[in-house]
Design a protein around this ligand. Structure first.
Ligand code: M6R
Length: 611
């Protein structure tokens, strides 16, 4: 979590860093801070809460001429969200910003305290700055050596854990030191002006630079005006590998919607269509980025992910079994990595992630790689850590997703996984031509099923009023609609802070139904094309016990208190995609009525790069 930005050059460093932090605010917004070094003097501003507080606080600072600066937006891990714990952290003559976790900070801190260093925060990060100054002070580097650089190298050599970090030093006002291990860090260079800009992701760099370097784990070095020096952990100098930065910023704006989440819900029809482009042909599914031999020697698929991406994993497991007739298991990243799993190389290990940076998913992927499994990433961010680690990648084409509550990433992942299950059925020769054609037709209809119907949205707005108070919510569904129920419940709890749980509809009678009463709201997914009668009976069991029930279906149910009518579809997958939008809108409208910050819900961050 956390976002970092750094700047070196003759433009307004404060403005560039604050704008960059605004782009990264989705990564954490517990506190923010900047340090600008100009004319040999540090200008430091920190504030708790959203970035606007920092913008206000630093308003008086004017930048003229050359400066260097670093900034940070924080999602608290070690230490509460206070100003003292906000980055940048300072030593006597050094300032640092850090994204990640230093796992051995306790031992390092004990040692530094013993040596007399004073700490002003509870963070793991602060040890780095004192450690650097200690090493610099202690070692007698040769005159010909660049002492700070060697001290920086030795400092990061002592750190265990994950870090993307930037360091500036008072007596070297034209240099920024950097290091990356486990957390993302990008350097953008403006070749005309020699400016160097750092960021945790592409978006702060769009419009400022055309070429970027995606640093790899273990790389470190420094930049100056027009100069980049990168080394790896063996001390070998690395030739910078520039990539062209896509310049589409418009997608990252709200375009008239109240929230990014709302805009992203409405975009789904387009982005699922983009995700299918070039992949669904007249007669088959193709993925240029993989080849059919991906499944050579494979007998099982293991899907691994976190949060919403876990729900697409679970939902797609029904498709892999039903369509591709492949054995499949589903794992939470956070559980898998520590369970000492039994892994066979006849398993294709598939990770699913919007950000490509989720620490638990990445660690699970690395575990599978080290066990010699073939790996495939389904991811929304090219060049992310997960993409760079997996053998194969299929990119979803959701575009930048800003709402912390994931919506269009879910839809595009589902489309890729659905297509991939058909693809596997094709290469395993277990599906007929007409079977493929039927699925291709369904896929073509998904963008339409995801187009938001004004009537439905208006109805949800009205209904949301009824569902503000009560003990909580059950979301229920059967088959693939069970993982969708889990996702509906997650969306609601994330942004409304109301207690909600997803259940398989048939499981209610095994315990949860004991909670049923009028203050317990049930959101029931009742597809016409999947276990309709069975699910209807489960809903009626709840209605008979006075639960307040809202049915989402193309047909109303007598016992239901409320009914959100979706279109009549000929296949359950089309019902699945339309119901997805209904659940997202319902969560959003309830959260709006509760006056919550829909795009930046409390306690959450967009990209969970720590355990
Ligand atoms: O970037 P990822 O897909 O790997 O993220 C996984 C989860 O952190 C993410 O889906 C989270 O649950 C979202 N806030 C859900 O809306």
């Amino acid at each position: 979590m956390c976002g970092i930005v750094g700047y070196l050059g003759f433009s307004d460093s404060k403005k560039i860093i604050l704008n960059g932090l605004k782009e990264l605010e989705y990564r954490g917004y517990d506190s923010a801070g900047i340090t600008i070094l100009q004319d040999g003097k540090f200008h430091i501003f920190k504030s708790v809460g959203k970035l606007n507080n920092l913008i206000e606080k630093s308003r008086s600072l004017e930048i003229n001429g050359f400066s260097v600066g670093i900034g940070h937006t924080r999602w608290a891990t070690h230490g509460k969200p206070t100003e003292d714990n906000a980055h940048p952290h300072s030593g006597e003559f050094t300032h640092i910003v850090h994204n990640g976790i230093i796992e051995n900070y306790g031992d390092l801190k004990t040692d530094l305290l013993y040596k007399g260093y004073k700490f002003s925060s509870q963070t793991d990060t602060e040890v780095i700055v004192h450690l650097f100054e200690e090493i610099l002070d202690k070692h007698q580097f040769n005159d010909s050596d660049n002492g700070s650089f060697l001290a920086f190298r030795d400092t990061i050599g002592l750190l265990h854990g994950a870090y993307a970090l930037l360091l500036i030093k008072r007596d070297e006002p034209e240099r920024i030191y950097f290091a990356k291990e486990g957390s993302p860090l990008i350097i953008g260079t403006n070749f005309e002006t020699g400016e160097q800009i750092f960021a945790s992701s592409d978006s702060p760099l769009i419009g400022l630079v055309d070429s970027v370097i995606y640093l790899k784990d273990g790389e470190y070095g420094y930049v100056e005006q027009g100069l980049i020096k990168i080394l790896n952990m063996s001390g070998v100098v690395i030739k910078p590998e520039y990539k062209t930065l896509p310049q589409n910023k418009e997608l990252a704006q709200k375009s008239g919607f109240r929230y990014f989440m709302e805009k992203e819900i409405y975009e789904q029809s387009q982005v699922v269509s983009d995700t299918m482009l070039g992949r669904i042909g007249d007669k088959n599914i193709t993925f240029d980025e993989i080849s059919p031999d991906i499944f050579n020697g494979i007998n099982e698929i293991k899907l691994c992910a976190c949060g919403t991406s876990y729900h697409t994993a679970l939902a797609s497991s029904y498709l892999f079994e039903r369509i591709a007739r492949v054995r499949v298991s589903v794992e939470f990243g956070s559980e898998f990595r520590y369970k000492d799993p039994i892994l066979h190389n006849d398993t294709l290990f598939v990770v699913i992630s919007q950000s490509g940076e989720t620490a638990d998913t990445l660690a699970s992927l690395k575990l599978a790689v080290s066990a010699g499994l073939k790996t495939l990433a389904i991811c929304n961010v090219d060049n992310s850590s997960i993409v760079r680690t997996a053998d194969y990648t299929i990119l979803t084409r959701a575009g930048i997703e800003k709402g912390v509550a994931s919506t269009k990433a879910f839809a595009t992942q589902m489309v890729v996984l659905y297509m991939f299950s058909i693809y596997l059925a094709q290469i395993r020769n277990i599906i007929s031509y007409s079977g493929v054609e039927e699925h291709l037709q369904i896929l073509r209809e998904i963008p339409n099923a995801m187009t938001i119907n004004d009537r439905v949205h208006e109805k949800i707005k009205r209904l949301s009023k009824r569902y503000l108070h009560g003990h909580g919510f059950f979301f229920i569904g059967r088959d693939i609609f069970y993982p969708l129920a889990l996702e509906g419940a997650l969306k609601l709890k994330e942004i409304s802070y109301l207690h909600s749980e997803g259940y398989p509809a048939g499981e209610m009678k095994h315990g949860p139904i004991a909670l049923a009463d009028p203050e317990l709201f049930t959101i029931a997914l009742l597809p016409k094309n999947m276990l309709y009668d069975k699910t209807k009976s489960n809903i009626e069991e709840l209605g008979a016990r006075d639960s307040t029930i809202c049915v989402i279906s193309s047909e109303s149910v007598e016992l239901a208190d409320d009914f959100i009518e979706i279109s009549a579809h000929h296949h359950y997958m089309l019902e699945f995609f339309e119901m997805t939008t209904v659940l997202q809108l319902l969560a959003m409208e309830i959260a709006i009525r509760l006056k919550n910050d829909v795009d930046m819900p409390r306690n959450l961050a967009k990209s969970v790069t720590v355990e």
